[in-house]
Design a protein around this ligand. Structure first.
Ligand SMILES: [Zn+2]
Length: 150
């Protein structure tokens, strides 16, 4: 079969992992990356993970404040975004309908930072639950690319 590397985000052959690599889900190649690069990737994963939680807790928000001062600009940008989302709608439930209706600029910022692939995934889930607010969002000026309705 193989084994998943959470840094390069792909399945790799078992022999690509050392004993410890298996346990921490990092392949040999990625273990050779500079520590700052590993840290950047892991922090970005952690931040995206906050958005998948049912609620962004007060404790998470403490982490967000720390990450907003991270050495990587990419991490800082995402931390600031997640912090803004947490401030207006910490719970995942109905977050997108609330953002589409009341904070469309923030939703657009999410799409531009997290990318079209993320948005495709999220919007599929969203359409399954509540289409009204979503239609409303679609009628707003859109970021230039990536949203195919059919
Ligand atoms: Zn890897």
């Amino acid at each position: 079969m193989g084994h998943y590397c959470r840094i390069c985000d792909r399945m790799r052959a078992n022999e690509r992992f050392g004993g410890r690599g298996h346990r921490i889900h990092i392949c040999r190649d990625c273990q050779r990356l500079p520590r700052s690069e590993l840290d950047r990737i892991e922090r970005l994963d952690e931040l995206r993970g906050f958005l998948d939680q049912s609620n962004i807790s007060e404790r998470n928000r403490e982490s967000l404040k720390l990450l907003a001062a991270h050495e990587s600009p990419e991490v800082r940008t995402l931390a600031a975004l997640v912090e803004d989302v947490a401030r207006v709608h910490p719970r995942r439930r109905r977050r997108f309908s609330n953002l589409a209706r009341n904070h469309p600029d923030l939703l657009k910022r999410m799409i531009s930072i997290l990318g079209d692939e993320w948005w495709d995934e999220v919007s599929v889930r969203f359409i399954g639950s509540n289409t009204d607010d979503f239609d409303e969002f679609y009628s707003l000026p859109q970021p230039d690319q990536g949203i195919d309705s059919e």
